[in-house]
Design a binder for this molecule. Structure first.
Ligand code: ATP
Length: 305
């Protein structure tokens, strides 16, 4: 039926680890370092993150009169990973923009450890939430400056530790001036995989309690892919993580997967639970099974029926 046509095509892209990064100029997180247009509540307190529990309480929001996301309701326990999947335009990025308070909800509330994001100062909110993704950028400056960006009191040892955790240390050492090599526009050209690892090192150093991961993959070889995966695993362990998931491993290992369609949560659960309920998500997997090695045989059979 109609309902299943778009997602099949979409999911083919989402779960293909080597998909080329979608060139979407509208990627929301280019906004990440822009000041929010929203006013700050004069009584705002500093956000205090203890567990990192994030709660969306019946959130509805629209850029205009029409709601873009409706009745989004879920809780992520501290340290867990929530994967958002769904087709282009389903509202995945919008859900995360609301967490960062790029926009305020029209209805409902978003709370971090019980604190409404509208009642905390924006700098404390943004500091607590790190971002790694395709629009995280490098500026013209040294490798070290790019890693310490936003973390002002980092020692050289801490920078190297972060680079090691991000699997970036060895390629940095091989650059002409090591950590003092100029990168970014006009600087030494880095591959997509190297740039990603530098931004992961930046996030490791900043050590935010909550992480937003927009995992678009660039064209990287298998070994780089593996290094990136390993560094991301390290980064997300024990940290509340929201992933706009493109990597198979993230989707499968997420504590909760939300399947969004037309701004609504249409399914939720773990990978196994969603396969068992035999709904939209399972269908998508079945269809894609031919491209995936480690699926249960029954799904491969279904896909090839
Ligand atoms: P993708 O996978 O392509 O990134 P997505 O699931 O993240 O898609 P969103 O980017 O959240 O989807 O977009 C949801 C809807 O909101 C889309 O119809 C989009 O065109 C619209 N939209 C996104 N940003 C804006 C904006 N700044 N102003 C108006 N409409 C917007």
């Amino acid at each position: 039926t109609q309902r299943f046509i778009w997602p099949m095509a979409q999911f083919g892209q989402i779960i293909n680890m080597y998909q080329r990064a979608r060139a979407s100029a509208a990627r929301v997180f280019g906004l990440m370092d822009e000041p929010s247009r929203l006013g700050e509540n004069p009584d705002a307190d500093e956000l205090v993150v203890e567990e990192g529990r994030v709660e969306y309480d019946d959130v509805t929001f629209g850029y205009d009169a029409e709601p873009t996301v409706s009745d989004v309701d879920f809780t992520v326990a501290g340290g867990e990973t929530l994967a958002l999947v769904g087709p282009t335009g389903a509202g995945k990025s919008t859900v995360l923009k609301l967490l960062l308070r790029m926009y305020d909800v029209d209805e409902g509330a978003i709370r971090i450890d019980g604190q409404d994001v509208r009642d905390v100062t924006l700098p404390s909110l943004r500091r607590s939430i790190g971002y790694v993704g395709q629009s995280s950028y490098l500026f013209y400056g040294t490798v070290r400056e790019n890693i310490t960006y936003g973390t002002f009191d980092a020692s050289d040892e801490a920078v190297v530790e972060a680079a090691k955790a991000a699997e970036a240390h060895s390629f940095i050492e091989n650059l002409p001036d090591g950590y003092d090599t100029m990168v970014g526009e006009r600087g030494v050209k880095l591959s997509g995989g190297q740039r990603q690892r530098l931004t992961i090192a930046r996030a490791v150093l900043a050590d935010p309690e909550i992480l937003v991961l927009d995992e678009a993959t660039s064209d990287v070889d298998t070994e780089t892919e593996m290094l990136i995966q390993r560094s991301l695993d390290r980064l997300t362990t024990d940290r509340t993580t929201f992933a706009i998931a493109h990597r198979l491993s993230t989707i499968k290992d997420a504590d909760t997967i939300l399947v969004l369609e037309g701004g609504e949560i249409v399914e939720r659960g773990t990978h196994e639970e969603l396969l068992e309920t035999d709904g939209l998500y399972a269908n998508l997997w079945g269809v894609q099974a031919g491209e995936i090695d480690d699926l249960p045989q029954e799904f491969i059979e279904r896909a090839t029926e």
